[in-house]
Design a protein around this ligand. Sequence first.
Ligand SMILES: Cc1cc2nc3c(=O)[nH]c(=O)nc-3n(C[C@H](O)[C@H](O)[C@H](O)COP(=O)(O)O)c2cc1C
Length: 229
Amino acid sequence: MSKKQVLILSYSYSHQTRNLMKKLVSGMEESELEITWERLYPVDDLRFPIGSVPATVLMMFQTFFRKRYPVKPVAPQVFGQWDLIILAGPTWSYNPSGVILSLLDRDGEKIFKDQTVLPLISCRGYWRVHFWGLRSLLKKCGTKCVCAPIVFTHPNNEPWNTIGVFLKLAGKMPERGKGWFRKVYPKYGHSRKQGETACELGKTLGRDIVAGKSFAELQFDTPVQTMES
Ligand SMILES: Cc1cc2nc3c(=O)[nH]c(=O)nc-3n(C[C@H](O)[C@H](O)[C@H](O)COP(=O)(O)O)c2cc1C
């Protein structure tokens, strides 16, 4: 019997999605699957961190209105038929990132029509509007099934989480400071433990795909993982 074919399309601005995907893929690779991983890159390089407070505010404002960041062409093999497509990327101002939006504009129908798509979201903490928007855009492209998403949120307490992400984007390196803020905001992004969770999820997902489990049934319990010591 031929192996099940899985396509991964991912964009990552500050390496958080990328690191989670590496772990997820390492878990999936334990199953007999054919995995094709296409990383998405913007045409114009996006520097991380953004570097200043005004530039960060501007990017947040523009991305709130779904500014597109044109994406480089993808490999021809992406336009094939897949058992599952995993579409992974960050939340930008309640929306999918401008790079994924640009992919959907240009190639959405060609890639996603009649396919089953599992979104993976990396975000600071708020992902629902992103998911609803993505699901509606995918449906417009003719996607057959949009699965419940895998979501990873940064494991820090609010309001420090929001402030910390903003400072990090603005280039202020909040986790390197000496004061009290470092205690309430020890690290930007996802934890090692979340990486391990992604790996375990990959193992389960791989087994489920090989077993031919219905994708509509798949539920991932990741949103509850917001607080960790
Ligand atoms: C312009 C911009 C806007 C963002 N807006 C949100 C948001 O609305 N909600 C949220 O939870 N995280 C938001 N974030 C944080 C990212 O989603 C988060 O840091 C994610 O882990 C980054 O993943 P990546 O490194 O793969 O790009 C935003 C980040 C950027 C750069």
